[in-house]
Design a protein around this ligand. Structure first.
Ligand SMILES: [Zn+2]
Ligand SMILES: [Zn+2]
Length: 272
């Protein structure tokens, strides 16, 4: 079975995809399961991009699609939370309010989209420092984020920072160059019972590898990590389930025998 656990629709400020078109694309691609993970990045410093999430409207749309397509595909309700170190308390109460207020999520991704109030998607993050420091600071911020807030199920695209590096030669993650920091992140996630994802958006962006890359996936497995979801990070329907057959092979080669799906925040393990 194939399940896409990272995709965006027009409930995300950076996607125009009609959620129903996403569902139809998932069915066409033969997915058994699809989990919407629209963005919620509170206190996002770029005013031109809207990163709030209208939870009641979102949930009601997903519920409608779940009913409409229940014979063809299972649809689950998730969100991708942009964490910043000062948002721990805010995100805890947001997640608590959602769960108790009739909006229970199946799945939450925690992601680092901002480092020191800058999104590495934009070149200004890179202009102020060397590429090595840019990556290193991103990993440091990720560790700070996980310490501030751990109310997610998996951490998103661990080496995302290199995806939009202005220089092509910087668009590859070197585990060896950042092993100590990456290990600290992986160990902390494992200790907290949290997972990671294999995000094929790296391939979509023209990288040679997924996010994170093989070395990091292998290391997570070596350290005892077992929880891993598969996600396309699609913002348009044509990328839903993008290269999942290849991604499964990557996971197998990295020592995994199962991938993970979530329902009501509880993991289930599916054979690869
Ligand atoms: Zn993301
Ligand atoms: Zn995403």
């Amino acid at each position: 079975m194939t399940a896409d656990y990272h995709l965006h629709s027009s409930f995300s400020g950076d996607s125009q995809t009609n959620p129903e078109d996403a569902v139809r694309a998932g069915i066409e691609r033969g997915l058994s399961l699809l989990c919407f993970t629209d963005h919620f990045d509170p206190d996002y410093p770029y005013p031109e991009v809207f990163m709030e999430l209208d939870v009641p409207a979102y949930v009601s749309e997903i519920r409608k699609l779940q009913a409409l397509y229940q014979e063809q595909i299972e649809i689950r309700l998730g969100a991708e939370l942009g964490i910043q170190p000062h948002l721990g308390e805010f995100l805890r109460s947001w997640a608590g309010d959602c769960a108790s207020g009739g909006y229970p999520f199946d799945f939450l991704i925690g992601s680092t989209h901002l480092v020191d109030r800058l999104d590495p998607y934009y070149p200004d993050y890179w202009e102020a420092r060397t590429a090595r420091d840019a990556v290193s600071r991103y990993l440091e911020a990720t560790l700070e984020n996980i310490r501030a807030f751990d109310g997610f199920d998996v951490y998103g695209h661990l080496d995302y920072v290199i995806r939009y590096a202005p220089r092509t030669e910087d668009r590859a993650f070197s585990y060896a160059a950042h092993a100590e920091q990456m290990d600290a992140i992986l160990r902390l996630l494992i200790e907290k019972g949290k997972g990671i994802e294999i995000n094929t958006g790296g391939w979509k962006a023209g990288l040679a590898e997924t996010n994170p890359c093989r070395d990091v996936l292998r290391r997570y497995r070596e350290l005892g990590g077992e929880i891993i979801t598969m996600g396309s990070d699609a913002h348009t329907p044509e990328y839903i389930g993008y290269r999942f057959a290849d991604a499964k092979e990557v996971l197998k080669a990295c020592g995994f025998r199962y991938f993970t799906v979530f329902r009501e925040r509880r993991p289930a393990f599916m054979r690869l």
